[in-house]
Design a protein around this ligand. Structure first.
Ligand SMILES: Cc1cc2nc3c(=O)[nH]c(=O)nc-3n(C[C@H](O)[C@H](O)[C@H](O)COP(=O)(O)OP(=O)(O)OC[C@H]3O[C@@H](n4cnc5c(N)ncnc54)[C@H](O)[C@@H]3O)c2cc1C
Length: 407
């Protein structure tokens, strides 16, 4: 027999096509294993069974995967191995946006990219400005933390921040600077830093591999591939976030803390905007209604009281309760909210696809076994009208308390 390796294009196609009835057969049968780092890894493709109509079905109750055993392993606390870089050969500096004082999903992707670039010799320094509420720097890959506290750096203070980054540049001379190419601050700060350093950045970078940075260009229609420069402004999902290691978060301080310049920019504070005018894809807080919303006037009232942007499931849109531009999901808008409240939405896969990048999902539903409850970080089981009414009352009480304190 010839030693030539023969390819079977049909078998390869079946292996790629998750909806093919024979797909499961072509996959390795291992459902879960312990990785080198001691973390339990799962192969989601081996779960499920082929239904009578030839479609793959997944039993989300957990019984199929040994429900009881699953619960016992889930409750065991996994201690991630500590990644220690005592004497870094070089530094990778990351300046996260810290929207709301916490690492966003975009920031975490950036820290993942930083670790890719740091390898086993470099250390990742996160530079954080002003007050923050983050308590998980260690699990997100921060080896060193440089925190610039104080009023000078709070709010919109690009001049002071660029000066501080300039001081870090003089002291550590990082091998790479990574900032999120976002509208939450990183995009502007990165460009200001580029001007200060006199270096050309790579922008809207979605991948760095083999010393090459690939970024979007030509109004997003083309890719620009170039040798990775020192300053990289990266897009969301530029890399996988750190998930298998803990990091030291060793505090770092600068020899010479930069002096505030006489600022040319005055921060007049945040301006209240109408949440209904915020594009869905940029909204931070979304109250989304589905077929389980029976009182739409109350739903709109709750959104106004909470200051949330309204979203909807496709059923709510098809039934005429919400505009098509409010539909969240595979055939609607993919949202990236920090908080997504799903009211009376069952959690069909097409809807869940649209909220995959949301940080925290809260579900209000009558059915404790529905998929939205399984996806949610917090759930309230009950009638949507009663819960929305209670929410409106709570917000009113809270607002009265705040007003009294301010008086
Ligand atoms: C090609 C294709 C593309 C699609 N694209 C999208 C998309 O982009 N976005 C999308 O959303 N859907 C999409 N769908 C439709 C999707 O499959 C679901 O049909 C839809 O998401 C269901 O909407 P729903 O959860 O509001 O309604 P239902 O599935 O009817 O769920 C209603 C939920 O409300 C709960 N409920 C009922 N009464 C109450 C009450 N009084 N209080 C609290 N909870 C209550 C129920 O328990 C249930 O969980 C698509 C479908 C196809 C085929």
């Amino acid at each position: 027999m010839s030693d030539l390796i023969r390819r079977d294009p049909r078998a390869e196609w079946i292996a790629r096509n998750r909806l093919h009835p024979l797909h499961a057969v072509s996959q390795p049968a291992v459902a879960s294993w312990l990785s080198a780092a001691g973390v339990l890894r799962k192969n989601p493709h081996v779960l499920g069974f082929i239904g009578p109509n030839g479609l793959k079905r997944i039993d989300r109750s957990g019984a199929q995967q040994g429900g009881a055993a699953k619960h016992s392993t889930a409750s065991a606390v996994v201690q991630l191995p500590l990644h220690v870089i005592a004497q870094p050969a070089f530094y990778i500096a990351v300046v996260p946006d810290m929207v709301g004082g916490r690492l966003s999903a975009h920031d975490k992707d950036l820290l993942g990219l930083a670790h890719k670039l740091a390898g086993s010799d470099g250390a990742v320094v996160a530079v954080v400005f002003g007050e923050h509420k983050e308590s998980a720097f260690d699990c997100n890959g921060v080896d060193r933390l440089l925190h610039f506290a104080g009023d000078d750096f709070d709010g919109y203070a690009p001049e002071a921040r660029v000066l501080a980054l300039g001081a870090l540049e003089r002291q550590l001379s990082p091998r790479h600077w990574l900032l999120p190419d976002s509208r939450s601050g990183g995009g502007e700060l990165g460009r200001r830093l580029a001007a200060k350093l006199g270096e050309r950045p790579a922008t809207r970078v979605w991948q760095v591999a083999d010393g090459l940075a690939s970024g979007r260009a030509g109004a997003g229609r083309e890719d620009l591939v170039q040798a990775a420069p020192r300053l990289i402004l990266a897009a969301v999902e530029c890399a996988e976030p750190v998930s298998e290691t803990r990091h030291e978060v060793r505090p770092l301080s600068l020899n010479a803390v930069p002096l505030s310049p006489s600022p040319q920019i005055e921060d007049l504070g945040a301006v209240a905007v109408d949440p209904a005018q915020i594009p869905m894809a940029e909204a931070e807080f979304i109250l989304s209604g589905g077929n389980g919303v029976k009182d739409w006037a109350l739903f709109h009232q709750a959104a106004a009281a909470l200051g949330a942007t309204e979203g909807a499931s496709r059923v709510a849109v098809d039934d005429g309760f919400m505009g098509r531009e409010r539909q969240v999901g595979a055939s609607g808008i993919w949202v990236t909210a920090r908080v997504y409240v799903a009211v009376g939405i069952s959690g069909a896969i097409q809807h869940l696809q649209g909220i995959g990048a949301c940080d925290k999902v809260l579900a209000i539903n009558l059915d404790p076994s529905c998929d939205m409850i399984k996806r949610a970080d917090f759930s309230v089981i009950g009638d949507s009208a009663a819960i929305l009414q209670a929410l409106i009352e709570r917000v009113a009480v809270h607002r009265r308390g705040v007003d009294r304190d301010a008086a």
